[in-house]
Structures are given as C-alpha cells and as structure tokens.
Design a binder for this molecule. Structure first.
Ligand SMILES: NC(=O)c1ccc[n+]([C@@H]2O[C@H](COP(=O)([O-])OP(=O)(O)OC[C@H]3O[C@@H](n4cnc5c(N)ncnc54)[C@H](O)[C@@H]3O)[C@@H](O)[C@H]2O)c1
Length: 333
C-alpha cells in the first residue's frame, strides 16, 4: 500500500457477479476501491450487481477469464486481484467434470502468469485465490486445519475433480509466492451462505429455504447426519478483504467460515421451524440425487485458529439469523 491510499486502489474481482463476488464488490466499494467485475454469467447473475452498475467506481465486463487477452488487460490495471470465478456446486461438478477442471485451473494459471510478469518488473500485486473445504477431501479428522493432508477419492469418481482442481490452484498460487514473491493468499471457504445464493447448483441452504417457502418437501440427501458449518457471506467477505490487506498473510492458506457444526437434518428442521412449520422433510439417496459413484463427506468442520490469529476473525451472524436473511431475500424475489 506504499504510496497509495485505499481510495486509489483498483480491485479486480473475477466471478464478481456471483454470490460471494457480488458481496465482495459491495464491500470493497464501501472501502473506497474502484472495482472491475469480470464475469461470464455461467452461474452468476447480472441481477446480483444490478444496483451497483450505476456506481462510477464499478466497471462490469461480461467475459470469461479463460480468455488470455481479457485477463491480461484487467490484471494490468489491478492493484488487487480477487480470483473467485470457478465452476461451483456439487450437482454441476458431478455432471460436468471437463468444464470443472478447465474453468478452475486454466484461468488461475493465466492470472498468476500475468501477475508474475508484473512482479518480475517490480510490481507486486496482492492476489486472493478462492479455494474450498473440498480440498480436504475425505480426511477423517474431526476438525480440519490448514496443514492437514488432502485425502481424495478415485479419479473415476468425477466429484473429486472439484477439490483436486482447487488444490492445483493452491499449489500454483503458493508456487508463485515462492518463486516470484507474488503476495498470494489462499482462502478455503466452508459453506458460505446468505442472500443471493442460488439453490440451482445443489447448494443446500437455498434449496431448503426455497422448498420451505413452496410448502415443501425439503429433500435431505442420505440420512441427514452429515455435518457442516454455515457462515454468513458478510463475515466471509470481511475476512477476505482483511486477509488481503494484511501483508504477512501472503504465501499462506486460511480456512474461512464458521466452526459451529450442524447436521443437515437439523438444518432442515430449523428451516422448517423458522420459514414454514407446515413444510415436510423427505429423504433421498445419493444415487438418486447424483449417481452411483457419488461419495459424500460426512463431517466438515474447520479449525479457525490461524485466521483468528491473523486478523482477529470472529463470525458475527448465527444460523437462525442466516436462515431468516435467506428467507427474507427469497421472499423478495
Ligand atoms: N459458496 C460456498 O459455500 C463456497 C464454498 C467453497 C468455495 N467457494 C468458492 O468461492 C468462489 C465463489 O463461489 P460462489 O459461491 O459465489 O459461486 P457463484 O457461482 O455464485 O460464483 C462464481 C462466479 O464465477 C463466474 N464464473 C465462472 N467461470 C467463469 C469464467 N470462466 N469467467 C468469468 N466468470 C466466471 C460465475 O458466473 C459466477 O458468477 C468459487 O471459487 C467457489 O469455488 C464457495
């Protein structure tokens, strides 16, 4: 930040019209950044940033970060890069593994290559890479911390391509830090939820809330005893921007999310209780929901020690408040 105030910064957000990206766009604008949003609207929606397009500090580019010329053009103007664009959603990934691998690996390489070129000319632009708790694969530990092993399933099961492709992104980012001193920070998101998230690609909370508002049934996969932790997107985007603003986070990986575990069945019951007590709950096998090869992860809980120590991270929104916020948003559509 030497020589420039926060208000002079230009941030590029890939996937900025997506769920997390649109909230990050808002957050950075409120900090006085100029923001360049690049999105191909593959899973994002222009509606997510509709209210921001009038803002003179926002530039919206509809295009794909698989295009080298576009990546070079925006990266050259950036003081910060937040790389969020990816193929997301378990349902989408199980169906389109080729796209998952290409979309998740190739753009990261393009972005880092260009940032690496700028670094070799003396301009070290901080870059955030959005990774995922999926990189822990099926590690059987109760709580996952950043130095734990990544335990993936067989390559014949396409669902692992998401976690593996994001792990390659992490390796790439860390390699550019090591070899080119590029200030890259990796954030592993654990179930981020909140307004604007769509249920269309298999995300569980928006699916449940949509079903409850319709009168049910809420479809719980398997026995519902899978455990997850849900964090509000506002808490998560604050963490992302704090991590990037803190120089000593470069070259490191951080879990980002909530560490309060809840079973999927309990989540469904809480959604019913808060959104529509008349809605029913039904169970569906993974084979029916996806295919016979689908393997899920029973428990996914982060150790947040590292991020707490780095930026004093403390989630401010609990699950009931999150469910209410999602229901309010969906009712307004
Ligand atoms: N939401 C979560 O719980 C969660 C959990 C783990 C990781 N993540 C990661 O966070 C990031 C954001 O996810 P999200 O939940 O906001 O999903 P999202 O689908 O709303 O956002 C992804 C955005 O990237 C865009 N995009 C995809 N490929 C693109 C391309 N080639 N060029 C330009 N834009 C492209 C999509 O249109 C979309 O707007 C992703 O990298 C995802 O892997 C999210």
């Amino acid at each position: 930040m030497i020589g420039s105030t926060v208000s002079e910064l230009t941030s590029v957000i890939t996937g900025g019209a997506g769920f997390i990206g649109s909230h990050l766009t808002e957050s950075l604008l409120s900090q006085g950044h100029r923001v360049i949003v690049v999105d191909d609207l593959s899973t994002g929606r222009k509606n997510n940033i509709e209210g921001l397009l009038e803002n003179p500090n926002v530039e919206y580019i509809e295009g794909s970060v698989t295009e080298a010329a576009l990546v070079n053009e925006v990266v050259d103007r950036a003081d910060r890069v937040y790389h969020l664009a990816a193929a997301v959603g378990v349902a989408l990934i199980a169906k389109q593994p080729i796209q998952t691998i290409e979309r998740n690996v190739y753009p990261t390489q393009l972005i880092l290559d260009r940032l690496g070129e700028r670094a070799s000319k003396g301009k070290f632009v901080p870059c955030f890479i959005a990774s995922t708790s999926e990189v822990y694969g099926k590690n059987p530990k109760e709580v996952w911390s950043e130095e734990d092993d990544l335990v993936f399933g067989a390559t014949t099961k396409p669902r692992w391509s998401y976690g593996v492709s994001k792990a390659i992104d992490e390796f790439l980012g860390l390699a550019f830090y090591k070899e080119k001193q590029l200030p890259v920070v990796v954030g592993r998101f654990f179930n981020v939820v909140g307004p604007r998230q769509t249920g269309a690609y298999g995300m569980v909370l928006p699916r449940f809330v949509e079903a409850a508002l319709r009168g049910g049934p809420l479809v719980v996969h398997d026995d519902g005893n899978q455990v997850r932790c849900f964090a509000h997107v506002d808490d998560v985007v604050r963490a992302v921007s704090d991590l990037v603003n803190k120089p000593d986070t470069a070259g490191r990986v951080y879990n980002i999310g909530s560490d309060v575990p809840v079973s999927i069945l309990e989540l469904a019951q809480r959604v019913v209780e808060r959104v529509n007590p008349k809605a029913t709950i039904e169970f569906q096998t993974y084979a029916d929901a996806y295919d016979d090869s689908f393997e899920d992860i029973r428990r996914r809980v982060p150790d947040l020690t590292r991020i707490r120590e780095a930026i004093g991270y403390a989630p401010t929104k609990d699950l009931d408040g999150i469910i209410d916020a999602v229901a309010k948003y969906q009712s307004s559509l």
